[in-house]
Design a binder for this molecule. Structure first.
Ligand code: ADP
Length: 376
């Protein structure tokens, strides 16, 4: 997913946005793991994919279609590339928004070589006619190309070579039922734990020749919003700082000083994250408030707030999605340096529910009772 696909707003210019910035494609390409064994963490998805790919190779047939869901920057494109590399096949890359007409998709599909992997990023943003064309390609390896218009129009069936579709989405819930049903495997990528990002940073430092200390890795890992793309980006920025202003070593002191210059806080929240929390707490008394009202208050598209910003705020225990709207948790109030209202501290004292993963997000994490943690 690219910065220009995210729509209006300034988010593409933020240091901790999980969306790829224009000028970092090359740096990202250098750091992309090429094989499944190099791909860090996400053990469950990795193991399942390994079985799927090995099974298919034994049978000598392309594996079933694969859907990868998860927030931007967690490794969906990387996995698609790895899948093609492991299978030893060609890879074609496109994205939902880039396929405007079904003819565009038909052209891609009919030019695939046997066994190729077709990667469609942001597959939930594909136009409906193209999606319908994709159904028959996925199921029967055939597309009906319509020639002519009006009553004289005829459908000419064209065969497509057996291929594997790898679809990526930040919003699995937005996929239509028929689309979801055509994927034989669905893998969900989670945010990374700090110790996993630690490993990732060491690998990147090795490749880039950066001198990275243990405490430097831990400091950057903690502030990377659970996202590999951000961890790699912060590593490069701290390296700049260390080389220009210090001894060239990426240690905790240099990381803290550099990230202060770049305005990245202890949890790695970016401008939009902070704007959302500020609006929630200061303008709406902590909520509940509806997504679109919140998005207007921070001058962003609701989709951007929901797909780019909220998943991490929920994961970090700062925001809850409730049936009545978005709510700031007690930890969010404290993170902004404010005293949470009594009703929230009361909820905090209730027996703990929700996932254990939020625990590791550091001091800002707060327990979220189940009633608070429901999706809309
Ligand atoms: P997405 O497609 O989900 O937005 P990408 O696959 O483009 O994310 O990953 C962003 C960057 O993060 C890539 O450059 C890649 O090097 C790195 N990355 C992502 N996941 C991993 C991982 N598990 N191990 C190592 N690097 C990773």
């Amino acid at each position: 997913m690219t910065a220009d696909e995210i729509g209006p707003g300034e988010i593409g210019h933020e240091l901790v946005t999980p969306v790829a910035l224009e000028d970092e494609r090359e740096a990202e390409a250098t750091l992309r793991p090429r094989r499944l064994s190099e791909f860090i963490a996400q053990d469950r998805v990795r193991e399942q994919l390994e079985l799927l790919l090995q099974g298919a190779m034994r049978r000598g047939r392309p594996p079933e279609h694969i859907l990868l869901s998860g927030s931007p920057g967690l490794g969906k494109t990387t996995l698609a590339m790895i899948i093609a590399a492991e299978l030893g096949t060609g890879l074609r890359i496109t994205s939902g928004p880039a396929i405007e007409r079904s003819g565009d998709l038909a052209a891609v599909l009919t030019s695939l070589a046997p066994g190729d992997v077709l990667f469609i990023d942001e597959i939930h943003r594909m136009a409906r006619p193209a999606e319908e064309l994709l159904y028959s390609a996925m199921e029967d390896f055939r597309v009906d190309v319509i020639v002519g218009k009006g009553p004289g129009a005829t459908a000419i069936p064209i065969d497509v070579e057996p291929f594997t579709l790898v679809g990526a989405t930040t919003r699995a819930g937005l996929l239509t039922g028929p689309m979801r049903d055509r994927f034989g495997f669905v893998g969900h990528l989670e945010f990374y734990e700090p110790h996993e990002l630690d490993l990732l940073l060491r690998r990147s430092a090795r490749i880039l020749g950066v001198k990275l200390t243990d405490d430097g890795a831990a400091e950057i890992a903690r502030r990377s919003r659970g996202t590999p793309r951000i961890a790699n980006r912060l590593l490069r920025r701290v390296q700049d700082y260390a080389e220009v202003r210090a001894d060239g070593v990426v240690n905790a002191a240099n990381a803290r000083a550099a990230l202060k210059v770049y305005d990245v806080d202890e949890l790695g929240l970016d401008r939009l994250d902070k704007a959302v929390l500020n609006a929630l707490v200061r303008s709406f008394g902590g909520g509940p408030v509806g997504l679109s009202t919140l998005a207007v208050a921070v001058g962003e598209q609701p989709d951007t707030v929901e797909e780019v910003c909220e998943p991490f705020l929920v994961r970090a225990g700062l925001l809850a999605r409730t049936p009545r709207g978005r709510v700031a948790t007690a930890a969010a109030w404290r993170h902004l340096g404010l005293t949470p209202p009594d009703r929230l501290t009361f909820l905090e004292r209730l027996p703990r529910a929700g996932s254990g993963r939020a625990d590791s997000m550091g001091d800002g994490a707060t327990p979220i009772p189940d009633l608070f943690n429901q999706d809309l």
